[in-house]
Design a protein around this ligand. Structure first.
Ligand SMILES: *Cc1c(COP(=O)(O)O)cnc(C)c1O
Length: 407
């Protein structure tokens, strides 16, 4: 036997150098969030406090007193971890209560918890599409990596339809045998452009061609609908979707993922999905915190009202300052830069000179030429914070001679 002549680290480094050369290497900000002071955080790289503008804790529920109290109480009562997989001693009463609450939130018979939203998409699509013989998955071309990977893992036939396009979806559905089992998989709010799927049109087509519908509401739960049940709730369409999937880590401010659907479907995934079965359950305190967050947001309109106010205010101020941003019907405000090095440069300057942290969004997360600063203002950003941010952006726009948007 001869020893390998590979220099493995050199292989890794070569790949990393490629990312650095095209501007897609990811730099993490070393942050310490300060509960009670969101959206402020201490930036360890910079050694100072900054204002965070790119968090997916959209409503600040990660510091909400009701959530923290529930987590403290559960931690002290039940301890740190769940103690096992769901099947082997890990099912704590908090998990059961949370699954009931999630089913009720979406008007479904049942819900099933996962350790993340990523896992819920990957495991559910991966399992259903693999185990239903001859299943074809029709997947929106802008779908999240977790759905794409789940579909790939299933090895089922996949058809990618044009983003948010019912015409293309129908053409593909029509070309398939009417009796073939099918899943139409899509998101409600798309996180980078902030556009929203034509949910009703997709449901109509699914009915017409006998397909299941799988809706990722990750960027909508907690935020949309009278009880925070997402865009489907807001539009009165929740009952038409086979599966509504969500996260507990964004609008609800904690961590974890879930699906909701019929009792049979949830039991099927519970019984066959490896990514559900063979992993330690979420800590009970996490389930307790998520449960408190959901219950709070089902009853309170104040966070959603303030959220809309801040989004509208930011857009109006950007318009006044001539800073180009993508128009969309959601809460996501993408300020378009269009060039990777410049996008990172703007982000660095915003941080170093003005104390505003907005992570640059570059390829491959978005297409080249559409690099952007994705801003997610929330109820905890004051109007004065927004004034300050827009002032800083306007200064940088002028200094760098960047094109203003048409007023
Ligand atoms: C973030 C995200 C997920 C994954 O959810 P996590 O709980 O963060 O794992 C799934 N779908 C979409 C569209 C997302 O943006």
């Amino acid at each position: 036997m001869t020893a390998s002549s590979y220099d493995y680290d050199a292989l890794f480094q070569q790949a990393l150098d490629g990312l650095k050369a095209d501007g897609s290497y990811r730099h993490f900000a070393d942050l310490e969030r300060r509960a009670g002071h969101f959206p402020r955080a201490f930036h360890h790289g910079l050694g100072r406090e900054v204002t965070v503008w790119c968090s997916n804790d959209y409503l600040g529920m990660g510091q909400h007193p009701a959530v923290l109290a529930a987590m403290h109480e559960s931690l002290d009562r039940s301890g740190a971890g769940a103690g096992g997989t769901r099947n082997i001693s890990g099912t704590n009463h908090e998990h059961v209560a949370l699954e009931r609450e999630l089913a009720d939130l979406h008007g479904k018979e049942a819900a099933l918890l996962f350790n993340s939203g990523y896992l819920s998409n990957w495991a559910t699509l991966g399992t259903i599409a693999a185990r239903i013989k001859g299943c074809v998955v029709l997947s929106d071309e802008a779908n999240h990596a977790s759905m794409i990977e789940g579909i790939r893992h299933s090895r089922a036939e996949k058809q990618v339809f044009r983003h948010n396009d019912p015409v293309d979806l129908e053409a593909r559905l029509k070309a398939l045998p009417l009796d073939a089992p099918k899943i139409v998989a899509f998101e409600s709010v798309y996180s980078m452009d902030g556009d929203i799927a034509p949910i009703e049109a997709f449901c109509d087509l699914a009915d017409k061609y006998g397909a299941m519908t799988y809706l990722d509401e990750v960027h909508a739960v907690g935020l949309y609908g009278h009880q925070g049940g997402g865009v489907a709730e807001q539009l009165g369409l929740a009952h038409r979707l086979t599966v509504i999937e969500g996260t507990l880590g964004k609008g609800f401010g904690v961590v974890g993922g879930y699906i909701s659907g019929s009792a049979a479907l949830c039991d099927f995934v519970r019984s066959f999905a490896s990514g559900f079965i063979f992993s330690t359950a979420l800590p009970p305190m996490v389930a307790a915190g998520a449960l408190a967050s959901i219950r709070y947001l089902r009853a309170s309109q104040e966070e959603r009202r303030l959220h809309k106010d801040r989004v509208a205010y930011l857009r109006a101020r950007l318009d006044e300052a001539g800073i180009p941003h993508l128009v969309n019907p959601s809460h996501i405000v993408p300020v378009m830069v269009g060039e990777a090095v410049r996008c990172r440069g703007l982000s660095d300057e915003l941080l170093a000179r003005f104390g505003h942290y907005i992570q640059p969004i570059n390829y491959p997360t978005v297409a080249r030429g559409t690099e952007r600063l994705r801003i997610t203002p929330g109820p905890l950003h004051s109007r004065a914070d927004i004034d300050d941010l827009v002032g800083a952006l306007a200064t940088l726009w002028k200094e760098q001679g960047m094109a203003a948007a048409a007023a």
